[in-house]
Structures are given as C-alpha cells and as structure tokens.
Design a protein around this ligand. Structure first.
Ligand code: NDP
Length: 461
C-alpha cells in the first residue's frame, strides 16, 4: 500500500467541500482542505445567506406602508446602504469563522490557498508551491456567474458577486435573466427604492416553475412597480455621461446606473489540473461524475455546483454525506435528486416541490388540480393588493400528490414541510384527513376538497 500525506484532500471550502472534509475528519481520517477565497463558499459568502439578509432589508419599505392599516404611524423612514453592507459583512465574517472552527475542531488541516491537481493523488498548494498527496480527493470548487463575454459592454456590467459589495446603492438598475438570481435581486433592489427593470429572453420569468405561479409573480412584481421586459435581451451596453446606455434586441434603449447579469453560472474547472489527473469534464465544463459522485478517476470525487447537477446548497451537502457513506462507511449511497423542494425568495415568495402542472400533464393521463387563490389575511387591513396562490397536483390514478406550488408569504417555509409528504408519497386523502391549523394561509392545503379542474391527456377539462 502506498502511503499518502492525507486520507482525504478536499479542493474547495464551500458547502459540499467543508461538509465532506469535516465529517471525514470527525471519523478519524487525516483530512486537508484548501480554499483560495473564503471558507463558506458561494452560499455563505456571496449567495444564499447575504441574499436572504438583503431580502429582509428590502421588505421593510412595505412593512412601513402596511403598518398604517394596523393603526401605526411610522415616521419618515430612510435607508442606509452602507449600514446594511457593514452589518451583512459582520454576519458573514462570523459564519465564515464558524465554518473554519468546525473544520478545526474536527482536526482537518486548513490551507488558505488555491490548490491544483498534479496527478491523480498529488495536489499542488499554490501559495507555498508545496505538493501533498492524498488517497482520495474531492473536487468541490463550485461555480461562478456566467460573465456573458459575447455581449458588447459586458465588462461594464456587474454580477451577483459585485451586488453584495456595491459602494453605493444605484438609483436605477437593469437586471438580465429570468432565473432565481435575476428575480430575487429585482425584488431586493426594488424594495430598497431602486428603479428596477428586468429583461428576460423567454415568454415568462422562471422557466422551470409552474406557469400559474410564474404569471402570478410577474403580475405582483409589475403591480409593485418593477418593469419586466420579456422576449428581449440586451444587445449592447455603453458608458455615457448619464450612466450606462443599453440597447436591446427589440430596439429599446434604456439608460441606467447599473446593469446586472444573472444569466446562469459556470462550473469552476479551469486550470485545476483536471487533465493532468485524467478527470473528464463535459461540454459545459462541469466535472463528469457517476451516480456516486465519482469522477472518471477512481479515487477522485466531485460534489456540488462543479458537477452542474442541481445547483443548490442542500444538494451539495447531501452529495457530501452520500460520499462519506460510500467511501468511509462501506455503505454505497447514491445522492437522491428526486423531489427537491425549493424556494425563490422573490416578493411574494415561491415555494415548490415536485412536478409542475405542465410537466405532470405530459407524464400522467389524468390529473386533478386543486387550486386556491385568495387575499392573505394581513392584506385585508394593510390594504395591499396581493394574492396568494396554492396548488396541489394529484395523479388521478393513485391519488398521490405529485406537485405542490405556493406563491405568497412564507412559501419557502411551507415548501420545506410539503417536501416531506410529497417525498413520502402521501395521497390527497392523507392531506384531507389532516386537521387544519387556523387561521393560517397554509390551511388551504388541507381544505381544498374538490378539484378545481382536471387534465385529461394533456387537455384541461
Ligand atoms: P438560472 O438557471 O436560474 O437562470 C438563468 C437565467 O438566465 C434563465 O432565465 C435563462 O433563460 C437566462 N439565460 C441563460 N443564458 C442566457 C443567454 N445567453 N441570454 C439570455 N438569457 C440567458 O440561473 P441563476 O443565475 O439565476 O442562478 C444560478 C443557480 O443558482 C440556479 O440555477 C439555482 O439553482 C441557484 N440559486 C438558487 C437560489 C435559491 O435556492 N433560492 C437563489 C439563487 C440561485 P431560460 O430560462 O430561457 O433558459
């Protein structure tokens, strides 16, 4: 048996990398982990966590307005962007510290450096030039925003990375894309008082979600004052005296302070030594893995966004835990990518699990669709024009709930809980015999007794 410096070496200190390093180390393995930027990765440092803090900040403008309906008089309110950034940075630094502490406590060796593969068992640590060897290697280098370099003027645009560190809050912003990041940031900037336009190439924002919710969110965002341009893309961006001048494919011209591109993310696989080690990547630049997250090299695994399977933090963590089971607990475990609950932290939120109505209609001959649309209780006194949509998609043949979709307050929280019965294969009858919690919005999910409509062979009847 050859001897190695480490049992496991992990490249990348994000969600998947830290989890696999920490748990392997706590099992008594000798573990090293290298990160070139900050421990915590995209989620903690410039993704989910700071984004959610921004979402909270951006909701206060509506909270202040709504307060009047409940008898409150709120004095003149002002917003200080620098204070928010400072508070957010402090919290992120605290979380980064916890990530490092977790690794430290488990006795994993932390390297603050970029690391590259030299061969299938050798890693070069760039800061010192030192090389180390490992029996098993995990690549968990994540992804980065697609910079869209074909766009003239792309270098004048920002991505979500920079949005977390803008020196000043812009007065106006144009956000390109119709996915999670574009939609969430359009609502954040609008809530903070920025004149916001979203431009999306397709017919309706959030292409992978249920059509009903997409339309409902689109209407709600426009109602608030967010401008949404569909069927259009940015064609050029130029710097002028008044800001950034943007031309679109549909011949619109706009002048804004900031243009943000949110056009998907690219796996971080360049200059990692993958070729030298024999690790294969696909046409999108993602590391190719088998169902156990093993790459084309037997002792090298890859987890999280770098594999471009499902780009979500909990998925990377789950993949890491499956890796631990497979490699260190003699219990081969495949990550389960079916029925992943997810939320878009738009305003109103979207929470969803399972098949959309459109996907289910293609897969099953008959569906029952239960749908409720109503004004949430809080809006009665606040006077805010907002609606909530709840939808259950049921396979008529066995009555299983195969999709649950919510638009409205706390939809993300509800999606987490709905993930359990949908994953467990509960039927509509199981929902029906569950007592309602009153008065809540969620009680609608167990009180929709007859289908709103049916879909037979793809046709609504
Ligand atoms: P998404 O994949 O969600 O959206 C990308 C958007 O860019 C889509 O609307 C896509 O259009 C559009 N697009 C892609 N290429 C082009 C192009 N060449 N020209 C014009 N439009 C283009 O990616 P995001 O960047 O928003 O987010 C990255 C990932 O991060 C997400 O997939 C998600 O998994 C994760 N994430 C999760 C969050 C959460 O859980 N709440 C929050 C933020 C990110 P089309 O739809 O037509 O393909």
């Amino acid at each position: 048996m050859p001897s190695f410096d480490f049992d496991l070496f992990v490249i990348g200190g994000g969600s998947g990398g830290v989890r696999s390093a920490r748990v392997a180390a706590s099992l008594g393995k000798k573990v090293g982990i290298a990160e070139e930027y900050r421990y915590g990765g995209t989620c903690v440092i410039r993704g989910c966590v700071p984004k959610k803090l921004f979402v909270y900040a951006s909701q206060y403008s509506e909270h202040f307005e709504d307060a009047a309906g409940f008898g409150w008089t709120v004095g003149e309110s002002t917003f200080n962007w620098k204070k928010l950034i400072e508070a957010k940075d402090k919290e992120i630094a605290r979380l980064e510290g916890l990530y490092r502490k977790g690794l430290d406590n488990a006795k994993a060796e932390i390297f603050d450096t970029r690391a590259e593969l030299v061969d299938a068992h050798t890693i070069k640590l760039l800061k010192t030039g030192q090389t180390v060897t490992a029996e098993t290697i995990v690549i968990a280098t994540g992804g980065r925003p697609n910079l869209h370099t074909a766009l003239p003027g792309h270098e004048l645009c920002i991505s979500s990375n920079e949005a977390f560190h803008l020196k000043e809050l812009p007065k106006s912003i144009l956000i390109a894309g119709g996915g999670y990041i574009a939609v969430e940031f359009a609502n954040i900037f609008h809530g903070l008082g920025v004149e916001t336009t979203l431009i999306y190439r397709g017919a309706e924002i959030l292409s992978r979600f249920d059509q009903d919710l997409r339309k409902g969110l689109h209407e709600a965002m426009e109602e608030k004052g967010i401008r949404i341009l569909c069927h259009d893309i940015i064609q050029s961006v130029e710097k002028t005296e008044n800001g950034l001048s943007v031309r679109t494919k549909n011949d619109k011209s706009l002048t804004v302070d900031t243009v943000m591109l949110a056009l998907g993310r690219t796996p971080n696989t360049e200059n990692l030594g993958l070729e030298a080690a024999g690790v294969a990547i696909n046409e999108r630049g993602a590391v190719v893995v088998d169902e156990y997250s093993r790459t084309s090299v037997a002792n090298i695994y890859a987890l999280g966004d770098v594999t471009d399977r499902v780009q979500l933090t909990p998925v990377a963590i789950h993949e890491a835990m499956c890796f631990i089971e497979t490699v260190y607990k003699n219990n081969p475990t495949r990550p389960d990518h079916e029925l992943i609950p997810t939320a878009v932290f738009s305003q109103p939120e979207i929470g969803t699990v399972g098949l959309t109505e459109e996907e289910a209609a293609k897969r099953y001959p008959e569906l029952e669709v239960y749908r409720a649309q109503f004004r949430p209780m809080k809006a009665t006194l606040s006077g805010r024009a907002e609606k909530m949509i709840m939808k259950l998609i049921v396979n008529a043949a066995d009555r299983k709930v195969i999709g649950a979709h919510i638009l409205g307050h706390d939809a993300g929280e509800m999606a987490q809980l709905l993930g359990i019965p949908v994953k467990a294969g509960c039927t509509k009858d199981d929902f029906d015999r569950t007592m309602a919690v009153h008065p809540t919005a969620a009680e609608e999910l167990v009180t929709m007794y007859s289908p709103s409509y049916r879909i037979r062979n793809g046709q609504r009847v």
